[in-house]
Design a protein around this ligand. Structure first.
Ligand SMILES: [Zn+2]
Length: 207
């Protein structure tokens, strides 16, 4: 990102967003049970082959098993994950720390899945693998929480929850440049749903 063409007010807002994002990130990686749990399980698996060997130059989180970076984003996204870069948190997109906790957990599930499955093709090129990790990330992160506290056993198998997971996973797969249409996204998500939805690892290890 360059600062050219931005007004003074925009630059100030950006600096404010960045500071808040970094503060929440540092609090969540220190205090959030789900974020800490996922980070621990990520650190137990070998990193993907294209992960940076040393902490990324200028990494804001050298003490964590993968970089977690705050950055401004376009309004269509809240976060992202790429093996060579780690987790991106969209600093201008979070309503609350809780919202960021859900988004960060979602991306950490992608990071854990990639380390566990070790896909041969690049992440986004295998639509079935992409659909599976989106189903799991929506299911396990709290993205589809129904206004309740985080107790997976109670809410994870209701019809409404399943519908939310399916709908959001279809949106994510449809946004993959390798996916030709919304219909294809629906088909792929439906094909893998019954095998991926019940897979709650690494969480089942503690329940
Ligand atoms: Zn996702």
């Amino acid at each position: 990102m360059t600062n050219e063409g931005k007004t003074q007010a925009e630059l100030e807002q950006e600096a404010k967003d960045c500071k808040r994002c970094q503060k929440w990130r540092d609090e969540l990686t220190r205090d959030s049970p789900i974020v800490r749990f996922l980070l621990t399980h990520i650190s137990l698996l070998p990193p993907p082959p294209d992960a940076p060997l040393a902490p990324l130059e200028g990494s804001q989180t050298p003490h964590l098993p993968l970089p977690i970076t705050c950055s401004p984003c376009p309004p269509t996204m809240a976060g992202g994950y790429a093996s060579g870069l780690g987790v991106l948190l969209c600093q201008n997109r979070f309503m609350s720390r809780k919202h960021m906790e859900d988004a960060l957990s979602h991306e950490l599930i992608h990071a854990w899945d990639e380390r566990r499955f070790k896909p041969k093709r690049r992440w986004g090129e295998d639509l079935r693998a992409h659909a599976c990790t989106e189903i799991r990330a929506e299911n396990l992160s709290g993205d589809c929480r129904l206004g309740r506290e985080f107790t997976r056993r109670n809410w994870a198998f209701t019809k409404q929850h399943q519908a939310c997971v399916r709908r959001r996973a279809i949106l994510s797969v449809a946004a993959n440049p390798n996916c030709k249409s919304r219909e294809e996204a629906e088909r792929v998500v439906n094909e893998v749903f019954d095998s991926c939805f019940p897979d709650t690892r690494p969480f089942d290890e503690i329940y």
